[in-house]
Design a protein around this ligand. Structure first.
Ligand code: MLT
Length: 436
């Protein structure tokens, strides 16, 4: 690494030269404020809509190299974790920084399992939703409602209080998600079965009928575990940014998680896998793919599930999900949409247009196909994303609270509106005000 980690910047307005330090390849935006044209000058700011090139924090949780298609949680490649670990094991790693020992794992699983139940009143909230309410809306609302049951959660600077709320959220998210799913089907809610693993219990609360004890298909349970691992965290994505921003006001972790889930519900974020299924339905058959691709290249519509703000190579998660799909289909039967998706991928990966624009399949391209094969309706797909991502959100939230440099998030702006104006009383306003 070069020894002189500084930038020298000349302000051509004043011919003054400044030297600013670099840290992890970044300058501090506040180091720009010294660059002024005079004592009344506020100083230079950085302008970066949608934060395309702005680091909002220092983080040791997740590393992504978008050009090389690398994703690591606490230094471990996600491919290795997906093959060797359970989701809760990876959750422990993301939150506490190290893979658990056997005794730590036993205690961790017991603690999470102890928090799968929800207050009976929450079910009354669920019952109040329309029969066709979107499950993500139900999840967001009921996660926020949890804050009214645990008032001590506001003590976010107390590590023990934080840990208890983290356990409650990880333990209860599958229960809330399953209740939302059962509500949408008009089925009775199923209580957690704490003898089952995290994903088996989730399947139990989703799919148990009248049998005395739910027995999960182990292939599907393992596939869900892998999907949860792959969706657990992704550094400073939109919803993680919301978790950090809302959490920076020291709001409690329940309303903060609800805010992050609200961000995830957008079609450009967690809702993308639902849009992929709609796109595959619109294409209809493998034979229609060339015509659809042609339409996209002519600028009509987007190839959902392709491309990514960070990855300019194949999203490593998509590769693993594609492999998991084959294992799931051995149990559920092959989802015919897979053939359409594989044809879209085959054509797109060989077409100069997509190669030039670095549009590769991302995590959303195959996840929806698996969820649909498992029996989930598309409106449950983002809920399936929110469950594991709760671990990532909480890891980012906790790291933010422990960072001595962090304070309440409050960006600046470049003001482009009017200067001071004289007020005109209503009766004297003769010109048509601009339409709102
Ligand atoms: C995610 O996993 O959050 C998505 O890939 C979006 C992102 O990282 O920006």
């Amino acid at each position: 690494m070069e020894k002189d980690q500084t930038l020298t910047i000349q302000d051509n307005r004043t011919k003054v030269t400044y030297t600013v330090p670099l840290d992890h390849g970044a300058i501090r935006a506040m180091d720009l404020r010294q660059m002024k044209t005079g004592p009344d000058d506020f100083g230079v700011m950085s302008y970066d809509p949608a934060f395309l090139n702005t680091a909002s924090c220092r983080s040791a949780i997740t590393f992504i190299d978008g050009d090389r298609g690398i994703l690591r949680y606490r230094g471990y490649p996600v491919e290795v974790l997906a093959e060797k670990c359970s989701f809760l094991e990876v959750g422990y790693l993301l939150l506490w920084g190290e893979l658990p020992t056997p005794s730590q794992m036993r205690e961790w699983v017991d603690l999470v399992t102890h928090h799968t139940m929800i207050h009976e009143n929450i079910k009354k909230f669920m019952d109040g939703f329309h029969h066709d309410a979107h499950p993500m809306g139900m999840l967001i609302s009921t996660v926020a409602a949890l804050s009214t049951f645990y008032s001590e959660a506001r003590s976010v600077l107390d590590p023990e209080v934080r840990k208890l709320q983290i356990l409650r959220l990880i333990g209860k998210m599958p229960t809330l998600a399953a209740h939302a799913y059962r509500h949408s089907l008009g089925l009775p809610y199923v209580y957690p079965d704490n003898e089952l693993s995290y994903t088996e219990n989730f399947m139990n609360m989703l799919w148990k009928k009248t049998e005395p004890k739910y027995v999960a298909n182990t292939t599907l349970a393992r596939a869900l575990d892998v999907l949860f691992i792959l969706h657990a965290d992704h550094e400073q994505n939109c919803s993680a940014n919301v978790m950090r921003s809302v959490g920076s006001s020291q709001a409690d972790p329940f309303v903060t998680t609800a805010a992050a889930a609200a961000a995830l519900s957008g079609p450009l974020h967690g809702g993308a896998n639902e849009e992929v299924l709609r796109m595959l339905d619109e294409i209809g058959s493998k034979d229609n793919v060339p015509a659809y691709i042609k339409k996209i290249k002519e600028g009509h519509g987007r190839l959902m599930g392709f491309g990514h703000r960070v990855y300019k190579n194949y999203d490593p998660r998509a590769r693993i999900i594609k492999k998991a799909a084959e294992e799931v289909f051995e149990v559920t039967g092959r989802n015919p949409k897979l053939d359409i998706a594989l044809e879209v991928e085959r054509i797109a990966l060989s077409d100069d247009y997509f190669i030039k624009h670095k549009l590769y399949p991302n995590v959303d391209f195959y996840s929806g196909i698996i969820y649909q094969a498992m029996g989930f309706t598309p409106d449950m797909f983002t809920v399936m994303f929110a469950i594991p991502r709760t671990v990532g959100w909480l890891a980012q939230w906790q790291e933010m609270l422990q960072d001595p440099e962090q304070k309440i998030a409050r960006p600046r702006q470049c003001y482009t509106g009017y200067g001071a104006r004289e007020f005109v009383p209503l009766e004297q306003r003769v010109t048509q005000a601009k339409a709102a």
